[in-house]
Ligand binder design. Sequence first.
Ligand code: IMP
Ligand code: MG
Length: 178
Amino acid sequence: MDHPSPDTPPQLLIGEAEIAARIDELARHIATDFGPDFVMVVVLKGAFLFAGDLLRALGRHQVRPRVEFFGVASYGAGRQTSGDPVPWTAIPAVTGQRVLLIEDVLDSGLTVTYATNALLQAGASQVRVCALLDKPTGRRTPFDADYVGFTIPDRFVVGYGIDWAERWRELPYVAAVD
Ligand code: IMP
Ligand code: MG
């Protein structure tokens, strides 16, 4: 096969124990830095496992936020962003609330910029972003996340909730397919 396809077996990049340890550090940092008073808004679908583990880690630090979901599509079946994020759920009700936006991968920055602006327009008083993975070399618009799990090179990753054409979300670790 000349090019990888969604069938190509992924290679381990970040293991389960490393992810769990980093999420505990992130939760401790968020609890002390952002405090307990915020709504967690999870960007669907790739961030759902990360958000679940982060939520439980926050609970161990006595932080118990309301949880909402925001569907934003940008990829379709390919490995390149369409460049035009499209919402596929209603914007969560966040008027007057501080928001912690949970994203799986930050790449071009377009998805998180779109979601942040949508939540601010919906009346959020503040939006901070927590991303499991950051690929800073992929930026097409400047964006700095407030909390980042791991900074990674510009590789296409799957696992731990993150898909390629809806495959590989079930892997308990983060893997690269290129
Ligand atoms: P951005 O809009 O280019 O920053 O891309 C962010 C969105 O694209 C995220 O919500 C991810 O779901 C998806 N994405 C970015 N990089 C990857 C990847 O390596 N694997 C799978 N999805 C990715
Ligand atoms: Mg996504």
